[in-house]
Design a protein around this ligand. Structure first.
Ligand SMILES: [Zn+2]
Ligand SMILES: [Zn+2]
Length: 59
């Protein structure tokens, strides 16, 4: 469960947002800081700017 980056509503990990119809297939995780759906390949959260790469893969 996370937040759709397009409409801001709570969604499960799914291909298409049930609220706004946005393509969510590229998002496979959620930001541990603000909860928005993001790609696991992301370096920083586009919503809150947190360093998620450091959080996931940092020592
Ligand atoms: Zn949406
Ligand atoms: Zn965030």
């Amino acid at each position: 469960m996370g937040e759709c980056p397009y409409c801001g509503k709570d969604v499960d990990f799914t291909e298409v947002c049930p609220h706004c119809g946005a393509d969510l297939s590229e998002f496979d995780d959620r930001c541990p800081f603000c909860g928005v759906l993001i790609s696991r390949a992301a370096l920083i959260c586009p919503r809150c700017g947190s360093d998620v790469y450091e959080f996931w893969y940092g020592d």
